[in-house]
Ligand binder design. Structure first.
Ligand code: F6P
Length: 479
């Protein structure tokens, strides 16, 4: 008997739906998009499609093969997890950006919302998960107050192998472990995920004898969730990583068609591209499920770092991109929707809905004598959140604010794999339409280099001299 998720019917029932009616002029009015505007882009769309295929064939987008080429990696991860999970109560990820946001998003989506507070037995025998993605001293010190080093496994994740935030956390923890447990024993408490050869972490892992996993060379940080970057922390929390990859593969099939109106990734990119050209420079992602809240954080890095570029591929200054904003339904209806409804029409709102929540919650049939409360009684929170989502969609439609909805039949590994992969392909496609490089991030270098110079890193004397020449702050402007 095959497992349920391998059954074609079940997969079909778990297919994501992408509804872009409310992006179209026929529905949202003058702020919307006409089909003719999409038709006018035919040549550009064809060029983008060709570039996507070429990049995929020539190794320019290795992340697209991840759903298919990781049988050995998955097996290595699973046997490693089985061999260590009983020894540890906590699994701590040390990473930042693409080396942290995916692991957080997937774990929050799939597991119990209070996973860390459950007993180990209720966690299926898996350790608690903590993700340390900052160098705020208060946070790390506070972690040491609640974990027991003897029972903690640290996963140092860095694609470049050199990120100061991650490597400094590693340095602190390595010394603490060695002081407490001795050099030999502490090795069992560190597992590294990094490039096969580049950066400082690979030689350190090899010399120290740490267990390590590889981030494939052609996969950049924000596209790396489906590599051991995300797969190891997910498997360590009992998440079915084969199912995640199966969902991504399923979405890959959906994204192969050159029929734009059937291709969710290219349509997502096209609609946002046209919107950007019209000055809609904000991309609001608003899931109606707490479990999907952190998908917003992951998406924010993907969309912002990939599309926010000064130059296009022909070296023209374009200052492209859309600012991602994270919101949560229904919570942010009571903080941000006023702006979305009546503020500037400079946004595309992306609702992410769920058909079937993991649980159902009845509202008791009480206060029937108070009509403004009684109407809630006898209903469910499931119906209430769904209704609020539809009502907000309607309100934004009425106010002329372009919006679209992605619906997951359920939140599970298969649907999560689909949405992650959908956003990745859409980002690549948007990059092609914008004629920019969606896979680099030159804009973060200046800040990094200035940090190195101020911190006295060797080789940064020139940058230090440049910084020293910057104008002194004027007291007049400091209150
Ligand atoms: O995985 P790494 O190499 O430590 O990088 C972390 C993050 O830093 C960035 O390079 C930006 O500074 C992101 O692209 C990346 O996800």
């Amino acid at each position: 008997m095959s497992k349920i998720f391998e059954q074609k019917d079940w997969q079909e029932s778990m297919k994501l739906r992408f509804d872009f009616n409310n992006m179209m002029t026929a529905y949202v009015g003058e702020n919307g998009i006409n089909e003719s505007e999409i038709a006018d882009l035919e040549a550009q769309i064809e060029k983008a499609e060709k570039a996507m295929v070429e990049k995929r064939t020539n190794g320019g987008m290795d992340w697209r093969e991840l759903p298919y080429n990781q049988a050995e990696v998955v097996s290595d991860i699973k046997s490693y997890v089985e061999s260590v999970k009983d020894d540890f109560d906590a699994f701590v990820v040390l990473g930042i950006g693409g080396s942290a946001l995916g692991p957080i998003a997937v774990q929050q989506a799939i597991n119990h919302p209070y996973y860390n507070e459950l007993s180990k037995e209720k966690r299926g025998g898996y350790p608690k998960l903590y993700v340390m993605d900052n160098v705020d001293p208060e946070k790390l010190v506070s972690l040491f107050n609640i974990i027991d080093l003897d029972k903690t496994l640290f996963n140092v994740i860095t694609k470049s192998g050199s990120t100061s935030e991650t490597m400094s956390q590693f340095m602190i923890i390595k010394e603490m472990l060695e002081e407490k447990l001795g050099k030999e024993e502490s090795k069992k408490h560190i597992v590294c995920t990094t490039d096969v050869k580049n950066g400082n972490l690979r030689p350190i892992a090899d010399t120290e004898g740490y267990k390590s996993f590889v981030i494939p060379a052609g996969v950049g940080g924000r596209f790396s969730e489906l590599t051991p970057v995300g797969l190891l922390p997910a498997a360590m929390c009992g998440i079915d990583i084969e199912e995640l990859l199966a969902g991504a593969a399923y979405m890959d099939e959906m994204c192969k068609t050159d029929n734009t109106f059937k291709n969710p990734a290219s349509m997502y990119a096209i609609l946002n591209y046209i919107s950007m050209k019209k000055g809609k420079n904000i991309s609001v992602i608003m899931p109606y499920a707490d479990s999907l809240k952190y998908i917003g954080d992951w998406y924010a890095q993907l969309w912002a770092e990939s599309l926010g570029k000064k130059y296009d591929n022909d070296k023209n200054v374009v200052n492209s991109g859309q600012t991602p904003v994270r919101a949560l339904g229904a919570t942010d209806q009571h903080s941000q929707v006023q702006l979305y409804s009546e503020g500037p029409k400079d946004k595309v709102i992306v609702f992410v809905g769920v058909d079937k929540y993991k649980t159902s919650l009845d509202i008791p049939k009480i206060y029937g004598d108070i009509p403004s409360l009684g109407f809630l009684g006898g209903e469910t929170h499931n119906k209430l959140i769904k209704t609020e989502q539809m009502a907000t969609e309607y309100a934004l439609l009425k106010s002329g604010q372009t919006n679209m909805t992605i619906t997951l039949p359920e939140v599970n590994e298969f649907t999560l794999g689909q949405i992650l992969y959908l956003f990745e392909v859409a980002t690549g496609f948007a990059g092609e339409l914008l004629n920019i490089n969606a896979f680099d991030q030159p804009g973060v270098e200046e800040g990094k280099n200035a940090t190195y110079a101020m911190f006295g890193r060797p080789g940064y004397d020139e940058k230090k001299a440049e910084l020293d020449k910057r104008p002194a702050k004027n007291d007049k402007y400091i209150i």
